[in-house]
Design a protein around this ligand. Structure first.
Ligand code: HSE
Length: 400
């Protein structure tokens, strides 16, 4: 019998507790012994909770209990999670977290601390919730040089963009629904401003390239300024707008990374990733392109990855792959990107745009014009638009 403790009893914490009881039989079989939830540390214990006898407000009931060997943490607050993680590792308890902010911010330090104390720190659920992507990346693809990672890694924004396109919901309405479904962060600005995706990308790239990528270095734009007109015009032109996180290793061994809305052609696999689903595409020199797809947020998918980590710890003990290396180099500036641009403007700008870019494509919708430039160096395209005096209401990158 292995005893574990849970810290944080919100949407994901409940999902973990439910999964441990619902699938107790298969979990015991795979782990080789039953896994028992012994304690739940929560700031808001409810008297009507069916797990009432497990709830505690006292951290010492978790960290001071030598019968608890694995701590699972599902809290949102970064500094609280950092303190719990340190305390757990120092107490010789393995730690499993879904907290991407914790790993993107302190991953390297905490991995070293875990190594030092002979315990595991695992965080599969921190990126793309229910999709197994980190372990396949640093285990199954470990013989490859990874050259590019690109994907949709925030369920909330993908849900919002899909609802705006398919159901004609407003941004605010779609966000409210995502919150009700338990997809969004406690403070949803982390989702809609792109920071959540940015932290997940930093974790993915650090693992993929074996080089520490600081999330604060990644140029990040969210979806708050994407309008229903942008979505409709993009559709007319044969594209879907997605919040895309991407990073690549250039031939000069530099990393280029960004999070931003991107127009994806309808025949591209990522264009069909809708609602809360996420997808991560990895380009590797031997395996080629590998695509991971599944539910990127929500209680059950997150719990699936978290409990998978717990079973891994129980069966394999400590194993922290050396994924965070202090091999830091600044990222390439984002304006060195080569690609096309989409411009939303007034139909009166059509002639000016076609004169500037005779090979561009245009579409009208609802009294507005959408125009896609031919591909070129992004900085040059933006400069050409600026000097020609085209009045643009929005400019988004186009997949190239
Ligand atoms: N708020 C996150 C998302 C939850 O929407 O993707 C999963 O990390």
């Amino acid at each position: 019998m292995k005893n574990i403790a849970l810290i944080g009893y919100g949407v994901v914490g409940h999902g973990v507790a439910d999964l441990l009881s619902r699938n107790a039989d298969i979990i015991a079989k795979r782990a080789g012994e039953p896994i028992r939830l012994k304690r739940i540390l929560t700031a808001r214990p409810r008297t009507d909770d069916p797990r009432q006898e497990l709830l505690t407000l006292n951290e010492d009931d978790v960290f001071g209990d030598c019968g608890v060997s694995v701590v699972v943490e599902c809290v949102n607050d970064l500094e609280a999670a950092y303190r719990y993680c340190r305390r757990s590792l120092l107490a010789g308890k393995h730690y499993v977290t879904s907290n991407k902010n914790l790993i993107a911010t302190y991953g390297m330090e905490l991995t070293e601390l875990a190594d030092h104390n002979g315990v595991a720190l695992m965080f599969e659920a921190s990126v793309a919730a229910g999709i197994p992507v980190l372990r396949p990346l640093y285990k199954c693809l470990s013989s490859n040089h990874v050259t590019e990672v690109m994907g949709i890694v925030n369920g909330t924004t993908n849900y919002i963009l899909t609802q705006m396109k398919r159901e004609g919901r407003s941004f605010a309405d779609a966000l409210k629904r995502a919150q009700e479904l338990g997809y969004a962060e406690t403070d949803p600005s982390a989702d809609v401003l792109g920071f959540d995706a940015c932290r997940k990308l930093a974790i993915l790239l650090s693992i993929a390239f074996g080089r520490y990528v600081r999330y604060g270095d990644i140029p990040t734009e969210g979806v708050t300024t994407v309008t229903a007109s942008d979505i409709a015009l993009a559709e007319r032109l044969g594209y879907s707008i997605k919040l895309i996180a991407m990073g690549k290793l250039t031939p000069s061994d530099r990393v280029y990374a960004r999070v931003s809305p991107l127009l994806i052609p309808h025949d591209h696999l990522l264009a069909s990733v809708e609602d809360v689903f996420n997808a991560v595409s990895i380009s590797a020199d031997m395996a080629g392109d590998v695509l991971f797809y599944g539910r990127g947020a929500g209680a059950a998918p997150s719990a699936s990855s978290i409990v998978g980590d717990v079973i891994d710890i129980v069966t394999n003990g400590r194993y922290n792959d050396p994924i965070w290396r202090e091999d830091y180099r600044p990222l390439l500036p984002v304006d060195e990107n080569v690609g096309a641009l989409f411009v939303r403007t007034s139909p009166s700008e059509r002639e000016k745009l076609l004169k500037l870019f005779p090979e561009g494509t245009a579409a009208d919708e609802g009294g507005e014009l959408g125009f896609i430039t031919p591909p070129g160096p992004e900085a040059e395209l933006r400069e050409a638009l600026r000097t020609s005096g085209v009045q643009s209401d929005a400019t988004w990158r186009v997949f190239f």
